[in-house]
Design a protein around this ligand. Structure first.
Ligand SMILES: [Zn+2]
Length: 88
């Protein structure tokens, strides 16, 4: 879900995402992240485009409309959970 959050703000790519998540304390390997990104593309939450930079081809991911909606729903759920947690 955190991936979607960033993908809704800017285009992201795998190596950057791994570093970004490491900054949050999540240790994610490329072997875990890439299948996850691939799945999100298949499910329609992300779109991917490839960009060639010299010899390397970079895959840039960004959130689709469906991805943004999914994120909004998740945020709302989180808000309700948080309120229930502190409301007692
Ligand atoms: Zn982050």
């Amino acid at each position: 879900m955190h991936v979607l959050h960033h993908a809704s703000q800017e285009e992201i790519y795998g190596a950057w995402m791994i570093e970004e998540l490491a900054g949050h304390g999540y240790r994610l390997s490329a072997g875990t992240l890439y299948p996850m990104l691939h799945k999100m593309v298949e499910d329609g939450y992300l779109t991917v485009r490839t960009e060639r930079e010299g010899r390397t081809i970079r895959k840039l991911y960004s959130a689709t409309e469906k991805g943004r909606r999914g994120l909004a729903v998740a945020r709302e759920r989180m808000r309700i959970l948080t309120q229930e947690g502190t409301g007692r």
